[in-house]
Design a protein around this ligand. Structure first.
Ligand SMILES: Cc1ncc(COP(=O)(O)O)c(C=O)c1O
Length: 410
């Protein structure tokens, strides 16, 4: 655990985010986070000063090409991609659709894809559509008592026909962190690939695809203090066995471009790259130091330590509240991030959030596209859960504001 005295000053951190000055308590970060000024400024500068096409020989074009290349390098650093590529796209949903359409060309009828019931529809729907091709979809059930898809459950489903296992590293509704290295090891033992949705993990902890040995890992940069884009990591050997969707005259080994038809969003690349400057602030690193892997890891160690007491406080409040059912783990430990969902036995989630909405505290209700999960947990899908989600820039006072409003409603 990070020494609290080593943590950066929260006032200093919040100063980096212009939107946090508006008085709104942004507790809907699992939907999307705020951006530091350095990210917004970099996008603005790119569009007003260097908005030309890549790949030409004149200096401005060379500069833009370098920005996009550097953004890919930053994405690789961010996920610790030592043995693979970072593919940039418009969203996680779009990238997973692209990935599934590539797999549609190599999977054979009768092969199986295992889908975790805790998943967001982005990592379910694209695979379910392969059923039309004779691919067999098998559901990895969620245990409603522990809110997890268990390793034993997966073990009993794995076999020679399993081609892929698709799961969320963290459920965007439950907040619990899956044991990804163990899942990957189990899948690899029978030759299956793992597609992990890291969207709900990425704002809270450092991603390390190399250590986890995962084949595919995707996250949305707009939930991690960046522009509206997404990153799909593919391990070298997993990429090599798939045909990319780009034009046929683009060489097969032109990676990641083979998987980026139309290219990446250029101004978004400028913003993504600038996030490195903010990570240095969060890590307590000097502004003129390079953004290294150690900086990424220190930044997220600080993020986790800042977030943990906020999560603990809300869970403690909800746990003692009659009629409230916390949907997910009730313990704010290292196995959980600050995404907290609950239902009430008498009040609907919609009504609870409607009472909070006018107070300047931003939360939301719904199934959050974890549609099947809500069904399996017996939660009315349209009403869904009430969800509050913290990141490191939130304050204890903001949590108290939420609790004070909930206290009047519950
Ligand atoms: C866990 C999870 N996966 C996938 C997505 C979809 O991401 P995107 O909006 O980038 O398609 C979300 C969005 O909320 C999410 O929370």
């Amino acid at each position: 655990m990070t020494d609290p005295s080593a943590l950066p000053d929260l006032t200093r951190i919040r100063r980096e985010f212009p939107a946090l000055d508006t008085g709104i308590a942004f507790l809907e970060n699992a939907g999307g986070s705020q951006v530091p000024a350095c990210v917004a400024d970099a996008m603005h500068d790119y569009m007003t000063q260097t908005y030309v096409q890549l790949g030409a020989g004149y200096p401005l074009s060379k500069r833009c090409t370098a920005t996009v290349d550097d953004a890919h390098a930053f994405a690789r650093l961010f996920v610790n991609a030592r043995r693979g590529q970072a593919i940039l796209g418009s969203s996680t949903t779009a990238l997973l659709n692209l990935l599934a359409s590539c797999y549609a060309q190599v999977l054979k009828p009768g092969q199986e894809v295992i889908l975790a019931e805790t998943g967001h529809e982005a990592n379910l729907g694209c695979w379910k559509r392969l059923e039309k091709l004779g691919i067999v979809i098998r559901w990895w059930p969620v245990d409603p008592a522990t809110f997890t898809c268990t390793l034993d459950g997966l073990r009993s489903m794995m076999g020679q026909r399993t081609a892929l296992v698709a799961l969320p590293h963290v459920s965007n509704l439950l907040g619990g962190i899956a044991d990804l290295p163990a899942i990957v090891a189990m899948a690899h033992a029978t030759g299956a690939r793992v597609v992990a949705d890291g969207v709900a993990f990425a704002p809270h902890r450092a991603i390390d695809v190399d250590a986890w040995d995962v084949d595919w890992y995707v996250y949305s940069t707009y939930k991690v203090f960046g522009p509206h884009m997404a990153v799909l990591y593919g391990r070298d050997d997993a990429l090599a066995e798939l045909p990319g969707p780009n034009h046929d005259f683009i060489p097969r080994d032109d990676l990641p471009y083979q998987f980026e038809p139309g290219g990446a969003n250029h101004e978004g690349c400028a913003g993504l790259l600038a996030l490195g400057d903010y990570l240095k602030v969060l890590a307590g690193e000097a502004a003129d130091a390079p953004c290294t892997r150690a900086v990424v890891e220190a930044a997220f160690a600080h993020a986790a330590a800042l977030e943990q007491p906020l999560t603990a406080r809300l869970l403690e409040y909800l746990d003692g509240k009659p009629g409230v059912r916390v949907v997910g783990s009730r313990v704010a430990d290292e196995h959980r991030v600050g995404t907290v969902s609950f239902t009430h036995d008498k009040l609907g989630a919609r009504d609870i959030v409607a009472a909070v909405d006018p107070t300047g505290v931003a939360i939301r209700h719904g199934h959050m596209y974890a549609y099947r999960l809500c069904q399996r947990l017996g939660i009315p899908v349209e009403d869904g859960v009430v969800r509050a989600s913290f990141v490191h820039y939130n304050t204890p006072a903001e949590v108290e504001r939420l609790i004070a409003v909930l206290e009047t409603v519950l």
